[in-house]
Write a protein that binds this ligand. Structure first.
Ligand SMILES: [Zn+2]
Length: 237
């Protein structure tokens, strides 16, 4: 990881998400534009996982190993998400702790992914764009759900911002943490980290499209950004 990584980027990402939290804290209901941004960001990140990150895992583990590692990471993330999101996630029950834990883990992984993938020029720009697009609806949904439970906009914004700040924190600590991991486990550490990043990007893509596929523009935006990433990957092969 070169020292030239712009640390303004994860801070900007966190601020975008906090903007979403504030909008969500005051909004009456979910908005059309949040689904559109989510779909476009999901398509970009899905393409990055497919065309850049998984091939990089394959360099260490071979293709069969890469597919197995990424499937395992995907299953783990999906299982964690379902376990945490569907145990008392309903705002009416008042128990939003599982949702806050799931979102905290997710935000940490966002920042970690941005820094870990920041060394390659092509993916650096695409990762920043994809993460930025999905951060706004992510913050919005978080602010909206916390507000339904806490019923106080100040507390909602404080809690949502604290969770989203984990994105910036993860990006700051990634080089040091990654260095110790790589020292202990060698190339397999990097392959494992990249598999987790791919799994989370693929899960995010499924998660923005499958439940919202009936909403206007969601499928075309996802498919369009994914196709654009395929073209960029082909041009840079
Ligand atoms: Zn996110």
């Amino acid at each position: 990881m070169p020292e030239t990584f712009p640390l303004e980027m994860p801070v900007l990402l966190t601020l975008l998400a906090i903007g979403g939290v504030i909008a969500g804290a005051f909004a009456g209901q979910a908005r059309f534009w949040t689904f559109s941004l989510g779909a476009a960001g999901g398509g970009l990140l899905f393409g990055i996982a497919l065309f850049w990150v998984i091939p990089e895992v394959a360099e260490t583990s071979g293709w069969a190993g890469a597919v197995a590692l990424v499937c395992a990471a995907f299953a783990l993330i999906a299982a964690l998400d379902m376990l945490l999101m569907h145990t008392g996630h309903s705002p009416r029950s008042g128990a939003i702790a599982p949702l806050l834990i799931a979102t905290s883990l997710h935000c940490f992984l966002d920042g970690w992914s941005m820094r870990a993938l920041g060394s390659q020029p092509v993916t650096n720009v695409a990762v920043a764009a994809g993460l930025a697009l999905h951060k706004i609806p992510e913050g919005f949904a978080l602010g909206w759900v916390i507000r339904r439970t806490l019923r106080a906009s100040g507390k909602t914004i404080a809690a949502g911002s604290a969770i989203e700040a984990l994105t910036a924190l993860a990006a700051f600590i990634e080089p040091a943490a990654n260095h110790s991991g790589a020292a202990a486990l060698g190339a397999w550490w990097t392959a494992g980290v990249l598999a987790v990043i791919s799994g989370s990007f693929l899960y995010l893509g499924f998660h923005v499209v499958v439940p919202e596929r009936k909403k206007r523009g969601v499928v075309p935006l996802f498919a369009g950004t994914l196709a654009a990433m395929a073209v960029v990957a082909w041009a840079n092969r």
